[in-house]
Write a new protein. Structure first.
Length: 366
């Protein structure tokens, strides 16, 4: 480590500084994991904010002040076509969580290793540019994603506001407007095989009901993948994730006779012992059904949900603000699009999976 880098490490340890150059990193507060989606990044550093096991348990847990001892433009590592400046080091430290700053303050070698990583990254990046990878489509897409993430965290999310801008009345209105999120009926998970021919449905039902002792002989998933007349059900091996007996907007839409047949099954894992008539996506036909598992009804009060709702409102405001910005930029750019089917087509691949489970046939053949 150079003498100046050692001095910087020493200043980190002491927490000395002048107001014009020093800053401290406040403890970040993690928001609940509400939902995936845009406009929610708060920190792009990727560093863990877990407590540092090397730090002492008491007397050493306060914020560490980073003291800038060099002008930001001064070079602290230099090579042919490669430099790392003090300002770049300060920027990296400004993004570090308090636990990591404490480690740098206590372990000068860790701070030196940070600079070493910055140097090695700079050298490897320069080599990647030399061989033309900066023009690679994957690299350019990754750079765009990083730029968008940074724009969200530093501009768009700040502009949209945080939880402090959400009032209790906002929370109550959102809660009352979304009863389906807080008053959830009993749901069942199931598998279905759809047919347009009753005789074929009856034949596969016999395969599904074959037993070896207390266990079914055939894997219902394999039957669903092989015999489904509906391509979407065939692709998912007949999976029906959310089946509700009472109206619920997130339930799989099923004809009432099909839904009632699934709720007539008594034990998880049972195959419904009859062919059930009903339609799938508007096509009339017949079902063979298996009840897989049950999820009980859920009731969430306003008090229990208040913080979740508050963060959800922030998320929605940020998504809306970002969408408005995208529309503004698209209009300013006079954006036009070609029909996507002129650019790409997907041809179906060849048939079945050779690793699929074997299907037993009952005595007497088909």
């Amino acid at each position: 480590m150079s003498p100046r880098a050692s001095t910087l490490a020493f200043a980190l340890a002491l927490g000395l500084g002048c107001p014009s150059l020093a800053w401290s990193q406040p403890q970040s507060q993690a928001a609940p994991n509400l939902a995936t989606g845009a406009a929610v990044e708060e920190d792009d550093s990727g560093d863990s904010a877990l407590p540092d096991p090397a730090a002492s348990p008491a007397g050493d847990r306060g914020p560490v002040t980073v003291v800038a001892l060099l002008p930001p433009g001064e070079v602290i590592a230099r090579g042919q076509g490669v430099t790392v400046t003090a300002g770049e080091l300060y920027a990296a430290l400004s993004d570090a969580p308090p636990s990591l700053l404490r480690r740098y303050a206590q372990e000068p070698a860790a701070l030196a290793a940070l600079v070493d990583r910055m140097v090695s990254d700079r050298l490897l990046a320069a080599e990647a540019r030399r061989v033309g990878l900066d023009r690679d489509a994957v690299v350019m897409a990754a750079l765009e994603r990083a730029l968008v993430s940074r724009l969200r965290s530093t501009v768009l999310n700040v502009r949209a506001g945080g939880t402090e801008a959400v009032t209790d009345e906002d929370v109550r209105r959102w809660y009352d407007a979304h009863p389906d999120r807080f008053h959830i009926p009993e749901r069942r998970r199931a598998r279905a095989i759809f047919f347009t021919d009753r005789a074929e449905a009856a034949r596969v039902l016999r395969l599904a009901l074959l037993r070896r002792g207390r266990r079914y002989r055939n894997d219902f998933r394999a039957l669903a993948a092989q015999h489904n007349a509906a391509a979407d059900l065939r692709a998912t091996r007949g999976e029906l994730h959310e089946v509700a007996r009472t109206p619920w907007p997130y339930a799989v839409p099923l004809d009432p006779p099909v839904r009632d047949a699934l709720f007539s099954a008594l034990r998880e894992g049972d195959v419904v012992p009859r062919v059930v008539e009903g339609a799938w996506q508007g096509v009339p036909g017949f079902f063979v059904l298996r009840y897989v598992a049950r999820r009980g009804a859920i009731e969430r009060s306003l008090d229990d949900s208040r913080e979740w709702v508050r963060h959800r409102i922030v998320l929605e405001r940020r998504v809306a603000a970002e969408q408005a910005e995208v529309e503004r930029l698209a209009a300013a750019a006079h954006l036009t699009r070609q029909p996507i089917d002129r650019a790409v087509r997907f041809d179906p691949g060849p048939g079945s999976d050779p690793r699929a489970p074997r299907i037993d046939t009952p005595a007497g053949g088909r």
